[in-house]
Design a protein around this ligand. Structure first.
Ligand SMILES: Cc1cc2nc3c(=O)[nH]c(=O)nc-3n(C[C@H](O)[C@H](O)[C@H](O)COP(=O)(O)OP(=O)(O)OC[C@H]3O[C@@H](n4cnc5c(N)ncnc54)[C@H](O)[C@@H]3O)c2cc1C
Length: 368
């Protein structure tokens, strides 16, 4: 049984912006991971538009919103995240958008027919992607407001991140950098975005992309809930036997960098689904092993980020040529290579970066 709160068939979340907002046309079918027939053939009892309201670990029962109690022998938690809301005035006013689901994106798509002045708040992956997509639509004016001086700053060196912000400005995105959000003005719908420095930016809609919070309400007061995520072992099983966790909420042992890691990445979530599914049903247990990697595309720039970007680099090495839009940034923490950011590089180079990250002799370098 697959239970999900959304009404749509499971879909490719990273494709929401290009497929729904991109051309101004909606092609929801293209988003589906599988069609309805596939689920039938696999004998999957699909319960869409259904919220799980209680999850009783002791009795091994999940209660659905319609009151039905479902007993289980094994369960997998994949509740994901929701877009973070800022603690500022006006954050619930009309036309302030938080984009996570197809429904959220369709809501934005609808108002774009009439509203043309859009302010986006954030400087990470989601903010950059939506700004690039919207700026390529006719008659829409996009302002990207970010508290830093560059974009994707976590994954790039300072110069490349400033270069990227300039690239947005060249591509018709008005950038408002070194500015922090103070709040939204407007009685029923937004009129202005206020910055902490006292600027007021006229807006008919705002998109807030400042990170995500885990959907952990279902198991808040259980051993499955830790501030850093839901801890799992090498087989993606939680400390409750028979209960697994995958995707954005799973906090798994990191065999490359040590400690535990939680990632909000599409391919990781998919691959974990395969491993947890096999471990829940198969005879042979599969170990979860993962080299962190995600890709994002903005304008004509295809980025790949491989490794751990959670700590700021103490040194970076940049090779290639930014003006030719082809470069690689290698991040080091002390002597250890921790991350490789690639701009417009071949699949071979991305694979080579993964191998380099995996095989870097961390134990030895730690004592350098
Ligand atoms: C706009 C956008 C663009 C992205 N682009 C990229 C990208 O380019 N590359 C990349 O690697 N990653 C990207 N991501 C991140 C990626 O989509 C996530 O990492 C991935 O979807 C996580 O999968 P998940 O199954 O853990 O959670 P989700 O995909 O969030 O799915 C969780 C589901 O559980 C449902 N749910 C939660 N609680 C309950 C409950 N109590 N009862 C029933 N259902 C419930 C939710 O409604 C949701 O449908 C993007 C994310 C967004 C929002």
């Amino acid at each position: 049984m697959l239970v999900g709160a959304e009404h749509e068939l499971p879909y490719h979340r990273p494709q929401l912006f290009p497929q729904v907002l991109g051309k101004g046309k909606i092609n929801a079918d293209k988003l589906h991971v599988h069609d309805a027939e596939w689920f039938k053939k696999k004998h999957i009892d699909l319960r869409l538009g259904t919220i799980v309201t209680q999850f009783n670990l002791e009795r091994k029962v999940a209660v659905l919103a319609n009151g039905q109690a479902v007993e289980f022998k094994k369960a997998c938690l994949a509740t994901g995240c929701r877009a973070r809301r800022p603690q500022t005035a006006g954050s619930n006013v009309g036309n302030v958008f938080y984009l996570r689901s197809l429904r959220d994106v369709l809501g934005l798509q609808e108002i774009l027919e009439t509203e043309k002045e859009i302010v986006i708040i954030g400087g990470g992956r989601v903010a950059c992607e939506v700004a690039a997509v919207l700026s390529q639509r006719p008659k829409i004016n996009v302002t990207l407001m970010h508290r830093g001086k560059g974009l994707l700053a976590r994954y790039l060196d300072e110069e490349s991140s400033v270069w990227l912000a300039e690239y947005y400005a060249k591509n018709d995105v008005k950038t408002l950098l070194n500015e922090t959000l103070n709040g939204f003005e407007g009685r029923t719908v937004i009129r202005n975005v206020q910055t902490k420095s006292g600027q007021r930016v006229a807006a008919q809609a705002a998109i807030v992309a400042i990170g995500a919070d885990m959907n952990n309400g279902l198991f808040l007061n259980t051993p499955l809930n830790y501030p850093a995520g839901t801890p799992v072992n090498d087989y993606l099983e939680t400390e409750e036997k028979g209960v697994y966790a995958v995707g954005d909420i799973a906090l798994f042992p990191d065999r490359i960098f040590g400690g535990q890691r939680r990632v909000e990445q599409w391919h990781c979530a998919i691959a974990q689904g395969h491993v947890a599914g096999a471990n829940m049903t198969g005879r042979k247990r599969i170990k979860w092993e993962y080299t962190p990697h995600f890709a994002t595309s903005v304008f004509d720039l295809d980025f790949d980020f491989v490794g751990d970007f959670s700590k700021p680099a103490t040194r970076v090495e940049v090779t290639g040529d930014r003006d030719k839009k082809k470069f690689i940034v290698r991040h080091f923490h002390l002597a250890a290579l921790t991350g490789v950011s690639l701009c417009n590089q071949s699949a071979d180079k991305v694979e080579a970066a993964k191998t380099e990250i995996r095989e870097w002799p961390r134990e030895i370098k730690r004592y350098d």
